[in-house]
Design a protein. Sequence first.
Length: 268
Amino acid sequence: MTNIDQLLAVYDAQLRQRPSAPAPGVRHEQDGPLLRITGQRRGFVDAPRDVGVRGAELDALIARQTAHFGARGEAVEWKTRGHDLPEDLPERLAAAGFVPEERETVLIGEVERLAAHPVLPEGVDLREVASDADMRRIAAMESAVWDDDWSWLADDLIGRRAAAPDDVVVLVAEAGGEVVCAAWLEFRPGTEFGLLWGGSTLAEWRGRGIYRALVSARANLAAARGARYLQVDASPDSAPILRRLGLHEVTTTTPYVWSPGGQVAAQT
């Protein structure tokens, strides 16, 4: 039987405050208990499970982040988890002008139980991509899925691949030369994890097993690298699929976003 508490403990120990794959112009720095990342489309703040300060000290720590990113003219995401302390952190963030985005489910699965032959619908092919042109095709597909401008994603993936080509693997599912789904796998050196990102699928191709196939393909890649776990922050649409595949819910995560102009910037 899977020990959820043990999975959560490994998550807290290995993935909290662990820098993401490097990218051009991105800087990681500590501010007290916080890991602060600048130079992305919007800033990012991550904390240990217990931020370690309370009351006025916590308010001052939050204010330092808005002052820092406000001076840069950047929005910032403070990533919270459902089991974090102190329990009033979300309301203190809200009082400082942070706005909660959609809550996601944090799921973890064991690679050896998830690796399998990807099963794709007829007419769909799966391949690993690395060219700038393919990253732009992915961004165009995401823009169509979300009915918004996701062109920034191409530069983000291109930059990450250039800075750490061994730690970011990008896959696309294609039909008739069109990208119908894309997902990527990020390795965090020094951890036992592979992280699952992406998975958005064009509406007319949903419900055919493409997302599941991309999970299996990435699990195979993770197994080849010796990773023990896969982790994903899952949307309400993806979480049920991932549970059926054998991943386990360990907590939730809610991004709290502050913007100098009150407008929320797209996440990188």
